[in-house]
Write a new protein. Sequence first.
Length: 234
Amino acid sequence: MKRLRHITISFFLLVPLTAFAGEVIDGVIATVNGKPVLQSEWDDAVRYEAFMQQKPLRAVTESDRVSALQRLIDRRLLESEMTDRTYLAPSHEEVRTSLAKLREQIPGAHDEQTWQHLLRSYGFKQRDIEANLRSETQMMNFVEVRLRPNIHVHPEEVEAYYRAQVLHDMEKAGVKVVTIEEIEPRIREVLVQQHMDELLEAWLHNLRQQTHIHSTIPLPSRNSSAGREAEGGN
């Protein structure tokens, strides 16, 4: 799901501020129904998103940081719907498998020395990446369980997508045309994911309306009471 996988002095501050003798200065950036979202949590989210995109920290923009904060708040909204914090959590082996797949996608990450250097460049240890992968997988499992049963893809949707997208692209590329019967399962899953994105956004919209959200950082309006609260809640 495309919808689904911090700033006191500067929007480009990417590590916690330190004071005397290593004392960490942390603060509340936002609250979701009174529960705090900390500066350090925001910083971690920004750095993790940059790491997953393999985007240099120096290239992170103000817009990137605000978007990361919005996603962090949305995640808090979804977490509030989980009564059991261990529900649908992946096993240790599943997390290790996800980590291995991630390293396969990053150039040079198969080499342990290169991998460790890369982690340090973003301020992470491997256990931090594993913790994020575990949390992401659990959230995706939760969303799947809640939303997939409500999605029904009709045959006419599959045919319309095949003709408008698949057939058009194959003919344009001049490759052998694959029949709709051969590719139907893949088309159906694409459509399921599209519908799931739509349902997820609608779900988050409703949660924002039902939740008191306050942010010290101005957030773009998302046509919801949450967005309006965030904009006016300095």
